[in-house]
Design a protein around this ligand. Structure first.
Ligand code: CTP
Length: 217
């Protein structure tokens, strides 16, 4: 069993000292990498910048990247050989249109940045997913959670989508706990209690492996 996982935030440079980023810590993705490796799977963990140490399990190969484009290129190398793809990264949807060669100096009272769209890693790779491969995405929503998550599942060719709601206390970025709902293509909705991300990772890995083997064994 080979697994490709994306985790953490992306940093999109603005000049040599600044970037646009987000509050993802990578904890959920790293916990999933450990939980997959504990089942004997070989994991390629494509990680944006995080404060977490690289996993020491020899079954996990960590590839460090910064930008969405770099994350896409690293993930695209791994997906053709991976049985299961899990997109847990919080990828910046946009990046600065230009990266200044020198530090941007303070000038007027306002500063307008022009942003251009980044590649959608999951959606782009999803187009080349083969019938025997299984893809899992995450969705972070604040409104119409189930409808948006179902839409992402179809648009990005996921087999399962793990929905985080920022409305739930103790869930999402930075916390050691998470509360999620998992949706499948048939419209089944599974609710999980608030639990430690390490515990939830084990639960999700066993669900993913059960679904994967039920469909493709
Ligand atoms: N994702 C990705 N590449 C992107 C954006 C998102 O691979 N450029 C993946 C995430 O890793 C996650 C899923 O797509 O598995 C959904 O991410 P999310 O940020 O919730 O969705 P977006 O498509 O960015 O939609 P929106 O920001 O409009 O909610």
């Amino acid at each position: 069993m080979r697994v490709l996982l994306t985790a953490g935030p992306t940093y999109e440079p603005l000049d040599p000292v600044r970037f646009l980023g987000n509050r993802s810590t990578g904890k959920m993705g790293y916990a999933l990498a450990e939980a997959f490796a504990a089942t004997g799977a070989a994991v390629t963990l494509v990680s944006g910048p995080t404060a977490l140490p690289s996993p020491s399990n020899p079954l996990i190969t960590t590839v460090h990247v910064e930008t969405a484009q770099q994350m896409y290129e690293a993930a695209a190398l791994a997906t053709p050989l991976a049985d299961v793809w899990v997109f847990a990264a919080a990828v910046a949807d946009y990046r600065p249109a230009t990266v200044a060669a020198e530090k941007i100096k303070k000038a007027g009272e306002t500063l307008t940045l022009e942003l251009v769209k980044n590649v959608d890693i999951a959606a782009t790779l999803g187009q080349s997913k083969r019938a025997e491969q299984f893809a899992v995405g995450f969705a972070l929503e604040t409104t119409n959670e189930l409808a948006h998550a179902q839409d992402k599942l179809r648009r990005k060719n996921f087999d399962l989508v793990v929905l985080n709601s920022l409305r739930d206390a103790g869930a999402g970025f930075g916390h050691d706990t998470n509360k999620v709902t998992v949706l499948d293509r048939a419209g089944e909705v599974l609710n999980f209690e608030l639990q430690a991300k390490t515990e939830l990772a084990r639960t999700l890995v066993s669900l993913i492996l059960t679904r994967f083997s039920a469909v493709y064994a």
